[in-house]
Design a protein around this ligand. Structure first.
Ligand code: ZN
Length: 288
């Protein structure tokens, strides 16, 4: 019997089945269209396998509060037809299996903690910097959630003195996501990140904001490692600058691991969400 995993992204759905070693046996991906059509394709895939549990990591916001009337639902999203959609319930009604449920960022964090860059460490923070910014923390193998899931992209940061950009977050303007996610680059320069010279000062701004964010996470959570994923983090200029700025901000107040071991790229790349879904499925099975 297999684990099933769904990585429900705002633009793309990835479904996969895997064995007990979290190895992908088969996977499929297709565009995220209306919920009914999207799930029809997902079910057509999973119906072919004998599953024992399913793990779902979804784009957000989602309700992860146990006991909530809308637990398993997608929250208010601008994506047409998905707002207030009962994604977890739809899957459970179809298969009647133990099902784990969390955010897409959290399941990526879970997989990096279990079998990726954070393997063997107790406390792993994962941050993705792409179209948006999101973070998840995994502590001793469990995703950190409370009343709901963390929103690490929407923290407040201090403005760089030479950066006059107003911020792109529709809720907070110049929160971390508003100032350092991919759309902030395009809004400042009318160019995509990949087209911008590594020496351009915009990388200094972004590295400054990200270093401030990592400073805050370091002080509040004291993780063993911080894994930095997402399309914007692939810009070669960025990570070296963040690595230079963070120790300056910490100013030796607390000890952190050597910075090259503390701030790293993900190891699982394209399969991070899927492997995290298998792990979440396994946890749901163990809990039943
Ligand atoms: Zn915001």
């Amino acid at each position: 019997m297999y684990f099933g995993a769904i990585e429900a992204g705002g633009t793309k759905f990835v479904c996969a089945v895997g064995n007990d070693d979290y190895e992908v046996v088969e996977r499929i991906s297709f565009p995220t269209t209306a919920p009914e059509e999207t799930l029809r394709r997902a079910f057509a895939f999973f119906d072919r396998f004998d599953l024992k549990a399913i793990g779902i990591g979804s784009f957000g916001p989602i309700d992860v509060t146990p006991g909530s009337r809308t637990y398993g639902y997608i929250g208010n999203t601008p994506k047409p037809f998905w707002g207030k959609f009962d994604l977890l319930g739809s899957v459970q009604r179809r298969y009647g299996l133990p099902a784990g449920w969390s955010t897409d960022v959290n399941i990526a964090a879970l997989s990096e903690a279990a079998v990726g860059a954070g393997k063997g460490l107790d406390s792993v923070l994962y941050l993705t910097v792409g179209t948006g910014i999101g973070g998840g923390a995994v502590i001793r193998g469990r995703i950190l959630e409370g009343f709901s899931h963390p929103e690490m992209g929407h923290i407040r940061i201090r403005r760089h003195p030479l950066d006059f950009f107003g911020g792109a977050c529709p809720y907070h303007r110049d929160c971390l996501e508003g100032m350092a996610a991919g759309p902030s680059i395009e809004a400042r320069l009318r160019q995509k990140g990949g087209e911008i010279d590594p020496d351009h000062e915009v990388w200094d701004y972004l590295a400054d904001y990200l270093a401030q964010a990592l400073y805050n996470y370091t002080m509040t959570l004291r993780p063993d490692i911080i894994v930095l994923g997402g399309g914007v983090m692939k810009s070669p200029a960025l990570l070296p600058k963040v690595k230079a700025f963070l120790p300056e901000l910490i100013a030796s107040y607390v000890e952190i691991p050597p910075v090259d071991k503390y701030l790293v790229h993900p190891q699982l790349a394209d399969n991070a969400g899927i492997v995290g879904g298998f792990i979440l499925a396994e946890q749901a099975l163990d809990e039943r």
